[in-house]
Design a protein around this ligand. Structure first.
Ligand SMILES: C[S@@+](CC[C@H](N)C(=O)[O-])C[C@H]1O[C@@H](n2cnc3c(N)ncnc32)[C@H](O)[C@@H]1O
Length: 277
C-alpha cells in the first residue's frame, strides 16, 4: 500500500511538472485524486499497467499525440453560451459602439476568443455581431477562436451541441435563429459557423503571428496558471491587442498586481481591462 502510494507520489510530481512546463497548468499538491481520475482512462486505452508506465512513456517518447492527450485530459473545459451574461452585454452595448466610432474609416473589427473550449464563447460573440450586421455592413469582421486542446477545437468547429448545452445561455430566439436540430444535436448554422476561424494555440507556447486584435476574450483560463505565467501571457497579449483595446477576463480574474498596462473599466455590471495607450 505504502509502496504504491510512494510510486504514485513520485509520478504525480513528474506529471505536475510536465503539465506546468507544457501547458502552464498548475496542479495543487492535494489534487492527486484529480490526476488519478482524469488520467485513468488513458491508462486503460493505452494498455498501460500503472502511472509509472505512463510517466515512462511521457519521459521517453517524443512529444506527440500521447502527451497531448495527457494535457487535454487535465484541462477543465467548462463553458456556456453568453457565460456570466454581463461581459457580453458590455461587449454588445458599449464596446461595439466604441469600435464603430473609432474604426469607422478602417472598417475592420477583430475579436479573439483565446481559450474557447467547445466554442460557445466564440459563437456568442458571432451572434452579437450578426445581430448588428446592418450596422456593420461593409465591415471586415474576423473572429478567431483558439484553445490548447485539439479535441475542443474539433468540437467547437463542428458546432454541435446537446440539449443541456443549448439550454445554458441561449434563449429560444437565438436557438431557433442560429441552430438546427439534427440527428447529432443542435448544429450551428453555416453563416454563424463561417464567422469564426478555429485554431489551436497554446497560450504558454509559441503564438503564431496574428493581426492586431480590437478585443480579446481570455476568460476562465488565467486561473489555472501561476502569477509568472499569467504575467508572461499578459505580456504577449499586449503585443496582439491594440492600444485602447479591451481584454475581457473571467469572473475572479484580473490584471491587477500582475501587469499595470491595463486599466480596469467598469462597463455595466462588469469590469473590462483596457490596454493603456
Ligand atoms: C474553463 S474553459 C473556459 C472557456 C471559456 N473561455 C469560458 O470562459 O467559458 C478553459 C479552457 O482553457 C483551455 N486551456 C487551458 N490551458 C491552456 C493553454 N495553455 N493554452 C490555451 N488554452 C488553454 C482549456 O483547454 C479549456 O478549454
Amino acid at each position: 500500500m505504502n509502496t504504491n502510494l510512494n510510486i504514485i507520489c513520485e509520478d504525480f510530481s513528474y506529471i505536475k511538472g510536465f503539465l506546468k512546463n507544457e501547458a502552464g497548468i498548475v496542479i495543487d499538491e492535494d489534487k492527486l485524486y484529480l490526476v488519478e481520475s482524469r488520467l485513468s482512462p488513458i491508462l486503460k486505452n493505452e494498455g498501460l499497467q500503472s502511472f509509472k508506465e505512463l510517466v515512462i512513456k511521457l519521459r521517453l517518447e517524443r512529444f506527440g499525440d500521447f502527451h497531448q492527450k495527457v494535457i487535454e485530459a487535465m484541462t477543465t473545459n467548462e463553458t456556456s453560451f453568453f457565460r456570466d451574461f454581463h461581459p457580453f452585454e458590455a461587449f454588445k452595448n458599449i464596446i461595439t459602439n466604441e469600435i464603430l466610432n473609432e474604426k469607422n474609416f478602417e472598417r475592420s473589427f477583430k475579436v479573439w476568443s483565446a481559450a474557447c473550449s467547445t466554442g460557445q464563447e466564440a459563437y456568442s460573440i458571432a451572434i452579437i455581431l450578426n445581430e448588428m450586421k446592418e450596422i456593420f455592413k461593409q465591415w471586415e469582421i474576423k473572429i478567431t477562436a483558439s484553445d490548447i486542446s485539439k479535441e475542443m477545437i474539433d468540437r467547437a468547429s463542428r458546432g454541435i451541441y446537446n440539449q443541456l448545452e443549448v439550454n445554458r445561455g441561449l434563449n429560444d430566439y437565438y436557438l431557433n435563429k442560429y441552430f438546427k436540430f439534427n440527428n447529432h444535436g443542435w448544429a450551428v448554422n453555416e453563416n454563424l459557423n463561417s464567422m469564426v476561424q478555429f485554431t489551436r494555440i497554446n497560450l504558454v507556447g509559441y503564438w503564431p503571428e496574428m493581426p492586431v486584435q480590437d478585443i480579446i476574450f481570455l476568460r476562465h483560463v488565467l486561473i489555472y496558471f501561476d502569477i509568472p505565467t499569467r504575467r508572461e501571457i499578459l505580456n504577449k497579449i499586449k503585443k496582439v491587442l491594440k492600444p485602447g483595446g479591451y481584454l475581457i477576463l473571467g469572473v475572479g480574474e484580473t490584471t491587477n498586481n500582475i501587469d499595470d498596462s491595463f486599466d480596469g473599466v467598469h462597463i455595466g455590471k462588469t469590469i473590462c481591462y483596457k490596454l493603456k495607450k
